[in-house]
Design a protein around this ligand. Sequence first.
Ligand code: ZN
Length: 87
Amino acid sequence: MLSMEQQLLIDIKDIASIAIHCTRCGSETVVNASNEEAGVPEKCSCCREDFAALGLQTPTRTYLTALRALSKLKERITLRIVKSGAL
Ligand SMILES: [Zn+2]
């Protein structure tokens, strides 16, 4: 059986923002990833649901902190997404 592998390389410095997908209304609230002063919003920008109550605020904050820390090594780190599958 033949298999195929696709790779997508993402440079950390190219990640400008992250989007929080509200599990209540489905909308996206965008956070600027490169602005160190930009925090994670407490509420959905559309329905005003509390992100902490939805379990989204803490994981998003952790992800954003990690992303910003990695971006300081942006010349040395590249994200590599590999998708494998059979032909
Ligand atoms: Zn919402």
